[in-house]
Write a protein that binds this ligand. Structure first.
Ligand SMILES: Cc1cc2nc3c(=O)[nH]c(=O)nc-3n(C[C@H](O)[C@H](O)[C@H](O)COP(=O)(O)O)c2cc1C
Length: 189
C-alpha cells in the first residue's frame, strides 16, 4: 500500500468488530511511531498498548458516553507524554506536535494492516492514568481505538455517527489549507 492509499483509506470508523492483535502487529505499530521525527530528536512520545480483555474493560469505564461504540475495540493505545521531554522554544511547546507526528505514523501503519485506528479525546485522563499507572504529571493526549471495520454495531451509536461511517466528514477547501509563496487571506475565510 502506498502512503497515498493509506491516507485515503484511513477513516475514524466507529462500527468495529474484533481483530486478533499479535505481538508482531504491536511491534510494527511501535516501529512506525519510533521512526517519527521530533525536535532535537527528543522522541517525547509514550504509548501503552492495551489488549488484555480485563484491562480493556477497565478502560471502557473511562470513556465518555458518546464513545460507547469504542467498547468493541480489540486494542486501545494510550498516547501520552510530558512537556519537559521535548523542546520549548519561546511559546512553542513541541511535545504535543511531535507526539502527534508519531501517532499519525502509527495510525497509517494500522491502516495498512486493514485495521481501524480511531483517535478520541472523549475520555477521563485521570481514570486512564489510574488504570494504567501513568505518572500524574504526564498528559494523556488521546486513546487510539483499534478494531476491524464492521457493518453492524450492537453498541450505542448515534444516527449522526452511523451516517459518518459512509460519508467522510467534509474537509475545508484546499484554499483554506495552503497557499503558495505567501500568506493568502483565503486561509482564514
Ligand atoms: C484529537 C482527536 C479527537 C477526537 N475525538 C473523538 C471522540 O472523542 N469521539 C469520536 O467519535 N471521534 C473522535 N475523533 C474523530 C474525528 O471525529 C474524526 O477524525 C473526524 O470527524 C474526521 O473523520 P475521518 O477521520 O473519518 O476523516 C477525534 C479525532 C481527533 C484527531
Amino acid at each position: 500500500m502506498t502512503v497515498k492509499e493509506a491516507i485515503q483509506k484511513r477513516r475514524a470508523y466507529r462500527i468495529l468488530g474484533p481483530v486478533e492483535i499479535k505481538d508482531e502487529i504491536l511491534e510494527e505499530l511501535g516501529e512506525a511511531a519510533r521512526l517519527a521525527p521530533s525536535c532535537y530528536n527528543n522522541q517525547p512520545w509514550r504509548f501503552i498498548f492495551v489488549r488484555e480483555r480485563q484491562r480493556l474493560h477497565e478502560l471502557y469505564a473511562a470513556l465518555s458516553p458518546g464513545n460507547a461504540w469504542a467498547k468493541k475495540s480489540s486494542l486501545i493505545i494510550a498516547v501520552f507524554g510530558m512537556k519537559k521531554n521535548d523542546c520549548v522554544i519561546g511559546d512553542r511547546e513541541y511535545y504535543l506536535f511531535d507526539i502527534g507526528l508519531a501517532t499519525a505514523q502509527l495510525i497509517l501503519k494500522a491502516t495498512e494492516f486493514d485495521m481501524v485506528a480511531h483517535p478520541i479525546a472523549g475520555f477521563s485522563p485521570e481514570k486512564v492514568k489510574e488504570i494504567l499507572g501513568i505518572p500524574a504529571d504526564a498528559m494523556v493526549i488521546t486513546l487510539l481505538i483499534i478494531g476491524k471495520r464492521a457493518k453492524e454495531s450492537t453498541t450505542d451509536i448515534s444516527q449522526k455517527q452511523i451516517d459518518a461511517e459512509e460519508q467522510r466528514p467534509p474537509r475545508h477547501p484546499a484554499s483554506r489549507v495552503y497557499s503558495v509563496d505567501a500568506y493568502s487571506k483565503e486561509l482564514d475565510e
